[in-house]
Design a binder for this molecule. Sequence first.
Ligand code: NAP
Length: 265
Amino acid sequence: MNDDRKRLTLITGASLGIGRSFAEKLAARGDDLVLVARDATRLRDLADRLTAERGVRADVLSADLATSDGVKSVETVLSDPARPVDLLVNNAGVGSYGKFAELPVNHEIDEIELNVVALVRLSHAALPGMIERRRGGIINVSSMASFQPMPYNATYGATKAFVTSFSHALHDEARGTGVNVLVLCPGFTRTDFPAASGIDPGALPSFVWLSADAVAESGINAFERGHAECVPGLANRMAGWFAAALPDVLTARFSGIVASRVEPR
Ligand code: NAP
C-alpha cells in the first residue's frame, strides 16, 4: 500500500451543520470525500463547490441511515478494498423533545436506528480495513447530552451515552494498531438541530453557543493528536466535569429543570 495517497474521508450527515463544516475543513486539508445524507441535491451542490474551491474529489451518496438498506449502501463503500476509506465521520444524528410516554414511539426507534445502529454498523464495516492498513480512524459525533440522563430528551441522551461509551471502548481496543477512534461531544452548536429538537435558541445566553466550524475544527485537531475524547469549548468542558462528579439522580433533576426552561414546547 502506498501510504502517501490522499486521505479518503466519508462523512454522514454532511449536507448541513457540523457535518458540512467537517466536509469544508477536511477538503481544505486536501481530503477526497464521500458525502452521505438523504438530500442528494444539497450534497451535490456541496460536492461541486468543494471540488471547484479545493480541487478535491467529492462523491455523493444519498442514503437514509435510519433504514437497513440505507446503511447497507454505505457499508459497501466502507468495506471496498479497491478504494479504502481512511477516515469515517459518523455525524448524522437526530433528537426529539417531550415526555417519552407521550412521544410517537416510531420516531424514538428511528432515532436509535440512526444515532446508534447505523453508527455501530458503519464502524464495524470500516474498522477491519483500517486496522489491516494501520491507518486512519473514526470520529463519532456524540454530545454533552451523553454525560447525564436527559429528561425530555430521554432517548436522545441515551443514544449519545451509548456513542460515548462505545467510542471510548473502541479507542482502547485500537491502541497500537495505528488507528484512532475519537468521540466528539459538542454542547450547544448553532445549526438547525437545536430548534428541530425542541430547544429555543433565544432562551440560552450567547456564550454557551459554538459555531459548527469551531466544533468540527476542534474534532479534527483532537483526532489528529490521537485523543480519545473532545469536548469543544472551555465552558462545556467544565460542565462535563461537573456532570461526571455528581450522581445521575442529581444531574437528571438538574437537566430536567434546564430542559423545561429552554425547550418550551
Ligand atoms: P443538522 O444541522 O440537523 O444536520 C443533520 C445532518 O444529518 C444533515 O446533513 C441531515 O441531512 C443528516 N441526517 C438526518 N437524518 C438522517 C438520516 N436518517 N439518514 C442520513 N442522514 C441524515 O445537525 P447538527 O447540529 O449538524 O448535528 C450533527 C451531529 O451533532 C448529530 O449527531 C447531533 O446529535 C450532534 N450534536 C449537535 C449539537 C447541536 O447543538 N447542534 C449538539 C451536540 C451534538 P438530510 O436531512 O439530508 O438527511
